[in-house]
Design a binder for this molecule. Sequence first.
Ligand SMILES: [Zn+2]
Length: 584
Amino acid sequence: MDTEMADQTPAINLGRAEGEKSSKSAQKKAEKQERLAAQKANKSATNTTKEASRSEARNAVSKPSKKLEGVELVGITVAREDDFSGWYQQVLTKGDFLDYYDISGCYILKPASYFIWKKIQAWFGDKIEKIGVDDCAFPLFVSEEVLNREKAHIEGFAAEVAWVTHAGKTPLEKKIAIRPTSETVMYPYYAKWIRSHRDLPLRLNQWNSVVRWEFKHPQPFLRTREFHWQEGHTAHLRQREAQTEVRQILEFYAGVYEQLLAVPVIRGRKTEKEKFAGADYTETVEGFISTTGRGIQGGTSHHLGQNFSNMFGITVEDPSGKEGEKKPPLNVFQNSWGLSTRTIGVMVMTHGDDRGLVVPPRVSRRQVVIVPVGITAKTSEQDRAALYEQVDALALVLKAADIRVETDLREGYSPGWKFNDWEQKGLPLRLEFGPKDAAAHQVTTSRRDIEGKGTIQISELATGVQGLLDTIQKDLYDRADEKFKSHVKKITNWDDFVPALNSKNVCLIPSCLTEKCEDEIKDLSARKEENDDTPQDERAPSMGAKSLCIPFDQPEGVVKGETACCNPQCKNKAEAWCLFGRSY
Ligand SMILES: [Zn+2]
């Protein structure tokens, strides 16, 4: 039986109300959620008359109008803290980011999440264009012979390569691989195109998707069989130039997380054990998921040295050779670097809450929604039309200021229902506008990321809204950063290591950075239920810790050749502080 599909089935929403197919406990949770939502809606509807607000709240959560039959009515039915992966599936599907597909490990990116990818493409694409990288498109397929040319490299992927063996019913003479990454696809042509040092640097990037047929449990955005990414591949005459670029790209990756997605990351270098197969070294940005206490690799930039140029014969004549002098050809220095839609998963896990997605304003498809409120059965058709006109006029003001705004004039849905709907989708800022707001020349504001309401005067609408969006973006980052920082523990005594992991931290320890030592740490920190003193906690992963990175920003306290490695089984001296953690 395909357990992967079984695991996923509950998240596939076929349009029935949640209660029909849920277990009793899920139903109870749903009921609790409804009560909370009703309380909240009641509390929040202060701008309308009390009578109207109560009926809205009832309509919002428990009394669907005819139109809503067959539509998902209940919000997120599992709490983030109770069942993180169940919560993750629900916020993605109910927040309209993603849908499941009938091939396990493959997912449909819906417009709201693909918009974020487009924003990342635009921002990062602009950065690399400015430093001289050009986009191109190489084929999806690679022949077996070429794929196998770089042994150390392909060993890292061999088990996950998907093969095309037939065209219709006819077997192919030679099977053809679908790229798991494009080093082997591109580098034969680098050898062909790079004839002289004047052809350097060659710096190309592709926005594409690649396939790695993983058998581990798939997770949307984080581990998928096909994923979208960019892969940059560059060739340089001098190693120093190449190494400078590795760091430059890493800084752009950090920028995608920090500036666009409001997600803090730690920059560092991978250990020998964790570096990219076939690279000299790998630099990385590492994120942190507080609910599970696990680290997550955010994006990696590799210096490949001359490993691939040796294998693929990418050489130039030595420009330092004098006229007539015969010098041996030089192998070029290469880099490759990639950032994938995993970014979106990290963003969701960082900011989302029990009400659904929370999307930072800079990447949200819709930044602001204006919802008309205070319309009751007694409101005349004329007054209603006038209010809607005013709402449209407000939207025009925001559009003119390049704010991505939507008006929600849907008929047959109460304001409370609309509030929940936009909250679930993570929309950063809601504006409410009713007769009382109109009389006071203001709009009522409600931020997705915090409780409570405010107001903005209509005369200052555009600047007020933009200011609030900027504040939301900054606050999201600051809160996540504070959380991350408070969960990085500096540890020098091994006895504190596993308890710190179990308390959902990642740990900086003095490390000798050898592979053997890392393997031992992984074994020593794996949770062994039978002799573990800590109380059973089904949420905590039982996996051992691996190294996440050697942070560039090294605290004081490790003296090379003096400080002991933290691993009690290791006799080596420490080289540096290394960040370890359970990870995705
Ligand atoms: Zn060691």
